[in-house]
Design a protein around this ligand. Structure first.
Ligand SMILES: Cc1ncc(COP(=O)(O)O)c(C=O)c1O
Length: 384
């Protein structure tokens, strides 16, 4: 049987480009763990925790099994639990909401800024009640929520800040590094993240020694020492093998992020003529501090073609794309019982219909970026 499907010429992410040059280092690091046999909470975990915390300018890092776990255990360690209200944006990956729900806290969803897709802090302010304990900003697509505005809001209302930095490894804004603004922060090392493991992984960062000790206990059966269970914990540790991989990759993260940022600048410039067709990028308000986990454009109502048509035609041209995310959290079937309905968060709902993520990875070439944009132009102008 012949496969007449068009071959992908530009993938959405390209792991080979990232891993081939460091393959020998990766293999050595994995081999070392196999030889040492310290698979659970081995040396590589402690090494990585210290190195990543240092890179982000905080004192403590506690490796956990996923970004979702990092949110749950991090919030719990900060004292968030049943009856507490936590404010978060509705336009995020569902894991942010899951992380909050697992603590027993009440999620209070809010809308986003339509230009940046980041949490609307004015909407967050309006959502504050006497039960609000924390605000959970998501540094979406690799761009931080404004630290100065967040801190001002949190100070004024005595709120704890817990950052979801799953998409923002070493992102910067206003002199702050992601993960260093609040009481604690969660990161994911899902393989396609800017710093990705060879499987699942996450970390909680904090400057607070008590919070750090609590997460250490919670991730390891609630045991600060073997067979003594002082917390109702779980099994959620970062594997030594994953930490070994992350230790090899961490020194390259900054250059990979810079490569993404330069690629985004190329996209921005080449895409300019498409603004007349109602297609424009999500705004970057943090210059080189944006680490472009995703490069996202909007196919607005002013565009003669709808997003689905454009995405289908890109696919037919061998260009992969994505939608992050097609349904905001408040409209997901599993969470209907929270009581939200269509129309509650118009900016997030509109964005979910308009956004399209283009290929983005360190090392994406100018020729590839040009090809993506030329294809978009051919598709869009060709229909006029
Ligand atoms: C914004 C955000 N929060 C949380 C997560 C959860 O991370 P994980 O998949 O490692 O559980 C992810 C990524 O998947 C994410 O993008």
């Amino acid at each position: 049987m012949t496969n007449d499907k068009q071959q992908t010429t530009i993938p959405f992410v390209d792991f080979k480009l990232q891993h081939q040059p460091i393959q020998a280092q990766l293999q050595q690091a994995i081999q070392k763990v196999v030889q040492q046999g310290d698979f659970i909470l081995g040396k590589a975990v402690a090494d990585f925790e210290a190195a990543f915390a240092r890179a982000c300018g905080v004192d403590y890092g506690i490796g956990v099994s996923s970004g979702t776990s990092a949110i749950t255990l991090g919030l719990q360690a900060c004292g968030i639990g049943v009856g507490d209200e936590v404010i978060l944006p509705t336009n995020t990956f569902i894991a942010t909401l899951i992380g909050v729900m697992q603590t027993g806290a009440i999620p209070i969803l809010v809308d986003c800024d339509p230009n940046t897709a980041l949490i609307d802090l004015k909407a967050a302010q309006k959502a504050i009640t006497g039960k609000t304990k924390a605000i959970l900003p998501v540094h979406l697509y690799g761009q931080m929520v404004s630290p100065s505005q967040l801190l001002a809001l949190a100070d004024a209302h005595d709120l704890l800040i817990f950052e979801d930095a799953a998409q923002a490894h070493l992102a910067q804004r206003e002199g702050y590094i992601a993960g260093s603004i609040g009481k604690a922060a969660a990161f994911s090392f899902y393989p396609s993240k800017n710093l990705g493991a060879f499987g699942s992984g996450g970390i909680v960062l904090t400057k607070d020694a008590t919070v750090a000790e609590k997460v250490r206990s919670l991730r390891n059966y609630g045991a600060p020492k073997k067979y003594l269970h002082t917390d109702v914990g779980t099994n959620s540790r970062l594997d030594t093998l994953q930490a070994a991989v992350l230790n090899v990759k961490l020194p390259y993260l900054d250059q990979w992020n810079q490569s993404r940022n330069s690629a985004a600048k190329e996209y921005d410039t080449l895409l300019e003529p498409l603004q007349s067709q109602g297609i424009f990028p999500i705004q970057n308000q943090s210059a080189t501090g944006h680490i472009y986990h995703l490069y996202v454009i909007r196919v607005s109502a002013a565009c003669p073609l709808d997003r689905q048509t454009i995405q289908d035609q890109l696919t037919a041209s061998g260009i992969q794309s994505g939608i992050h995310y097609p349904t905001p959290c408040h409209l997901q079937p599993a969470y209907r019982y929270l009581g939200y309905k269509k129309g509650d968060f118009p900016n997030a709902e509109t964005l979910s219909q308009e956004i399209l993520s283009l290929p983005m990875y360190p090392g994406i070439s100018s020729a590839q970026i040009t090809h993506v944009v030329d294809s978009l132009k051919r598709i869009t102008f060709g229909k006029l």
